[in-house]
Design a protein around this ligand. Structure first.
Ligand code: AMP
Ligand code: GLY
Length: 423
């Protein structure tokens, strides 16, 4: 079977790595991919947002299954377009992808169906939003742009002044264009955060899996937000009781709610949760796998990913096994100097082969130069996923791998998964 994977990050390299292990997958095409995916299949230079180009690629190459990695094409309706063209695609329709594409819609659905989340109010004019903000205690609200904002759409203001300027920047100054013409003011929750994933097809919810990610560039969660610079599983606070609670209070209800809302989901659902004193609450839903969680979830997935994707796409998930191993995993991302601000690219990367003796090396911002040498091409360059019987083993393996890799200006956080280790 011929599979097309859409995307170019570490998430898509990990997905391609897993699909390559399926005895049923004979050919992999990645659009546009990176230097890591090029070792597993054929990279084709079509961008993830170019739905027409992707459709033409899938048709001309007689692709049997298309796996959509990132959210933008899903929100733009790639799954609907592929299906109407008679192609098999893994990923939700544009209607279902609104769980991520519109925070206001997602919040409305949760409220209508009693799914636990932060209490929120939607606004499209700054004066009313500011007045509402002033009616609540200082520092008790978060500001969320309604639409996609490259992971930067949430602001956590500590003072009324910060709250007011976040609101005016988003609505009046169009900080995120159309995405912030409407916003949510949500109650600020506290507690540990966890990313929970399950395959969904209508009301069917597969076995779930939980992981934690690190978003800030600096150790101790300091500095600016990034696309994600590390992850581990299992979270130290994740128990079977909590998993059951998340399943019965969040995952199964949202699957049913989306069917009831005429937006039946098909694909992988990512629930970003906060474990508050009052139980798990939804921070956000995403319509795709997480990055960098996927880099540890693919090694943890025992079942053939191709089989799962076909079962979801063809409406057979109820009969499909989905099994996650008990092993522990940690993933450490190496970044370019300056990231998430501006950075240079084209730095030669060494040590990847030696690092592969310690863990799985997953590429993100990598490319081959004209001489065929591996060089940096992005802010998040690559990372190493370690595995073992405990998070400590997994973490040690990941860092042992990372220490073998070198490029000019390479950086990484030293504290990934440290909090999960019981000494
Ligand atoms: P999001 O883009 O929705 O994942 O939000 C980014 C980050 O903002 C989350 O990972 C949380 O740390 C934080 N956040 C979002 N919503 C809330 C909330 N209602 N209460 C507290 N923190 C939040
Ligand atoms: N793990 C963060 C994200 O994928 O959005």
């Amino acid at each position: 079977m011929k599979v097309l994977v859409i995307g170019s990050g570490g998430r898509e390299h990990a997905i391609t790595w897993k699909l390559a292990q399926s005895p049923k997958v004979t050919e992999l095409i990645i659009a546009p991919g990176n230097a890591g995916t090029a070792d597993l299949g054929e990279n084709v230079e079509v961008k993830a947002e170019d739905i027409d180009g992707l459709l033409q690629l899938a048709r001309s190459r007689f692709v049997d299954l298309t796996f959509v990695g990132p959210e933008q094409p899903l929100i733009d309706g790639i799954a609907d377009r592929f299906k109407s063209a008679g192609l098999v695609v893994f990923g939700p329709s544009a209607a279902a992808a609104r769980v991520e594409g519109s925070k206001i819609w997602s919040d409305d659905v949760m409220t209508r169906h009693g799914i636990p989340t932060a209490e929120s109010r939607a606004f499209d004019d700054s004066a009313s939003a500011i007045a509402y903000g002033r009616s609540k205690p200082e520092g008790s609200l978060v500001v969320k742009a309604d639409g996609l904002a490259a992971g930067k759409g949430v602001i956590l203001p500590d003072s009324y002044e910060e709250l007011d300027s976040a609101i005016t920047e988003m609505i009046d100054d169009a900080l995120f264009g159309d995405s912030s013409s409407k916003l949510l003011l949500a109650e600020r929750m506290s507690g540990p955060e966890v990313s929970v994933f399950a395959f969904l097809q209508g009301e069917i919810v597969s076995a779930e899996v939980a992981a934690c990610d690190y978003k800030r560039i600096g150790e101790g969660d300091t500095g600016p937000n990034t696309g994600g610079v590390g992850s581990y599983t299992p979270p130290e606070f994740w128990t079977s009781e909590l998993a059951e609670q998340v399943r019965t209070e969040i995952l199964e209800p949202i699957a049913k709610a989306l069917v009831a809302e005429d937006s039946s989901y098909s694909g992988i659902l990512y629930a970003g949760l906060m474990i508050t004193d009052n139980g798990p609450r939804v921070i956000e839903f995403n319509c795709r796998f997480g990055d960098p969680e996927t880099q540890i979830l693919m090694p943890k997935l025992e079942t053939d990913l191709f089989d799962i994707c076909m079962a979801v796409a063809e409406g057979r998930l109820a009969e499909q096994e989905v099994s996650w191993s008990d092993s522990a995993h940690a993933f450490v991302v190496m970044t370019s100097d300056g990231y998430p601000g501006s950075y240079k690219t084209g730095m030669a990367i060494t040590g990847v082969d030696v690092a592969a003796g310690h863990g799985l090396v997953i590429h993100a911002g990598t490319a081959r130069n004209e001489l065929g040498a591996l060089v940096t091409s992005g802010g998040r360059v690559l990372g190493v996923a370690g595995s073992g019987e405990s998070v400590k083993h997994a973490r040690d393996a990941a860092y042992a791998g990372v220490r073998q890799i070198a490029f000019e200006g390479a950086g990484y956080r030293d504290d990934i998964a440290r909090r999960a280790i019981v000494e």
